[in-house]
Ligand binder design. Sequence first.
Ligand SMILES: Nc1ncnc2c1ncn2[C@@H]1O[C@H](COP(=O)(O)OP(=O)(O)O)[C@@H](O)[C@H]1O
Ligand SMILES: [Mg+2]
Length: 214
Amino acid sequence: MPLVSVATQIRSAVHLSEIPAEYRHLPVVGRGTTSCVLQEDADHVLVFTKDAAKVVWLTHPLGLRVGKVVSEFRANTHRKVAVRDLPITVVRVPIFHKLPAAKQRQVREFLDQLYDDFYTQPAQWEKPGHPSLPSSVTQRIAAWQMAQTVRTKYHNWPWWKQFYKLFLFLSQNTEWELDLHTANIMQTSTGDLVVIDPVLSTTMHTFIYGAPSP
Ligand SMILES: Nc1ncnc2c1ncn2[C@@H]1O[C@H](COP(=O)(O)OP(=O)(O)O)[C@@H](O)[C@H]1O
Ligand SMILES: [Mg+2]
């Protein structure tokens, strides 16, 4: 399955009607496949999401570490049964900014190279006679190898560290599918890249594509 913007394939798993009344006055600053993002004040957004992997990435000490979980609830009103029962987690995150077009192009080229590396890197654990490993383990090893690739091959690229950190994080975690594309990368007010949404939980992936990735 090509790793394209899944946002083009289904509507958001968090419907506006699922947002509690006390938040409804806040402006919507973004919506994606798994989340609805409201602006809380001049410096913060509230991410309402059904994607457990995204919550871990935003809040974990080894992840982006910018988010704080504010609450969790079940709305149970979404018209799609598959996502109706999933809890919604609300995460407070600093507000980030869209990439200007030229930078977006630069980042897209980088991501294209990363994907080539990710899918063509030699799978060192697949030696003849080697016992097969569960996919969650091979995925973590692949992520660890990618972290090394990013560090050795791209250390002249200004934002390599953000991706090094991401792949190290992925090597410590199971239950993720990569969802790297430019709509999931923003910047701070000083122009630093922020990878806001690089993963999709396996649960959400299954919902969208109908089966787990190979
Ligand atoms: N911290 C943020 N500041 C400003 N806008 C944001 C922030 N986080 C997300 N957004 C906007 O909301 C959109 C959806 O958020 P995202 O985290 O990508 O959720 P999804 O998993 O649904 O794709 C993003 O493409 C972006 O436009
Ligand atoms: Mg997204």
